[in-house]
Design a protein around this ligand. Sequence first.
Ligand SMILES: [Zn+2]
Length: 102
Amino acid sequence: MKIKKGDTVLILAGKERGKKGKVIKILPGREGVIVEGINARKKHVRPKRAGEKGQIVALPAPLHVSNVKLICPKCGKPVRVGYKLEGEKKYRICKECSGEIV
Ligand SMILES: [Zn+2]
């Protein structure tokens, strides 16, 4: 996966297209990413004990990784990600500015 937790991404699809957000979770098996504040689904939570009230909580639903684009922290543009190998280490690099993406 080219997107990692903590990355800032641009949303490319859906009703929140054009928004930016921070990746808070990666779901590698599903090629999904959860972006803070994006694609939130309201979920009703049943009371766990008698006397408690049920609640509605907003949980962000995963987006497919193809629907987001990384925003390069160096040049600030939505960019494609490449890889660079240096010895044993593999770096992600920005294809726009060639900057290393940590
Ligand atoms: Zn860049």
